[in-house]
Design a protein around this ligand. Sequence first.
Ligand code: TYD
Length: 398
Amino acid sequence: MIKKFLNLGMHPIANSFLKKGKKNNFKNEFFYNLSVGFNEKNYLVSLMKPVNPKKQYTDTYAHRASESKTMRKAFQLVAREFQKRFKPNLSMEIGSNDGVFIRNFNKKKIIAVEPCKNLAQITKNKKFKTYSDFWNVKLSKKILKENGKVDLVFSANTISHIPNLKETFDAISIILSENGTMIIEDPYLPTVINSNSYDQFYDEHVYVFSALAVGNIVRQSDLRLYDIEPSNTHGGSMKYFICKINDKRKSSKRLFKYLSKEKKLGLNKIDTYKKFANRVQKSKKDLLNLLKTLKKRNKKIISYGATYKSTTVFNYCKIGTKYLDYVVDTTLNKQGKFTPGQHIPIISPEEGINENVDYAFLGAWNFKKEIIKKEKKFIKNGGKFITHVPSVKVITKY
Ligand code: TYD
C-alpha cells in the first residue's frame, strides 16, 4: 500500500551532534535507511521505516526554538492571534520545546507537553504546568482528569514527528472541548515538491503533510479539517485548523482552493513523487559538481547553520570535510561538536565568518533573509552564499 519513491541512503539521527570522547565515540553512531513512500489510499507521504522516538527525543535534545529571532516573533504573533480569535479558557501546546509559544499566555490558562526533559525543565522552572511525556491516549486521559477539556490545542513541528497518527488524533479527540480547535503547523508538502527541498526528510519528519492527507487522517478520529493557512516558517509551512466532526463550523473556501491546487499538482498520484525523486538526484549531482569545481579553484567553503536539514544533504550527497572546513551555528550546545554522520566541526559564527571564507553553503536556507541581513560584512568582503533550494546555485543577488 505504501510505495517507496525515494531512497536517500544511510543516515544518522539528524540532531545527534557528536562530542569527541569515549562515550559518544564516532564509531558507535546509529545509522538507518532514509527512504520515503507514498500511501495511495490516504495520500500520506511518510518515511518507510521511522526510527524509535526514544532514540530521538532524549534528555539532551539540542533544538531550542527560542534561539531564532524570526521564530520568537512568529510564535508571539500566532499566540496573540489565536487568543483573540478563539478566546480559549484553557489551551495546550504539544511539543512546547523551551516555551517560545506558551510564554505568550497567562500561566494559569496553558498546559505544556514536552517529552524532552531538558526542555520541559525550562518551562517548569518558569512555573508553567508542564507534562514531560510523549503525547498519546494515556497522557490525554491524565491531562483531562487533572484539568478538564481543552479549547485550543496548538502543535507546531511536532505532529509530523509522531509515527502513530491514529493514536495522536484519537488522543486529541478525547481532550478537545466540543467547540474546541486544534491547530497544527508543519512543513508543507507542495513547497517541498516545488522547491526540491528534499532535506525536509529526516528521522524526525516521519510525515510531510498536505491538506489532502491531513483531511483523510483526522476523519478517522472523528475530527474534521475545516481551514488551512500558509506560513513562511521552516521554508514553507501550513497551519491546519481542525475541529470535532460534528462541529457546525463551515469549511473555508481557502481549504477547497488548496485541495484542488494539490490535486492539480498531482499529490494524489505516485508519478508526481517519482518525478520529484529524479529532481532530487539531479540536485545531488549539481551540488557535488559545484563544490568540486570550487575546491579545484582552492576556495574555502563552509556551511551556515548546523540544521537537521543539512544532516540529510551532507549524508545523502556525502559532503564532509573534504569540501567543507566547518559549519557555523549560533546554538551554544552545537558549538564544539561535530555534525552527525559526516563529522564536520561546528564553531560559532564569530569565529568562523571571516575574510578567509569564500563560500558559505546555506544549511539554514529557511533563514536566508535573516542570515544575509546579518552577514553584510561577509558579502561586502566578497563572501558568497550557496544554496540548493530551489536549485543549486551561488547566490549573486542580495
Ligand atoms: P532550524 O531552522 O531549526 O532547521 P532544522 O529544523 O533543519 O534544524 O535550524 C536553524 C539553525 O541555524 C539553528 O541551529 C540556528 C542556526 N542559525 C544560525 O546559526 N544563525 C542564524 O542567523 C540563524 C537564523 C540560525
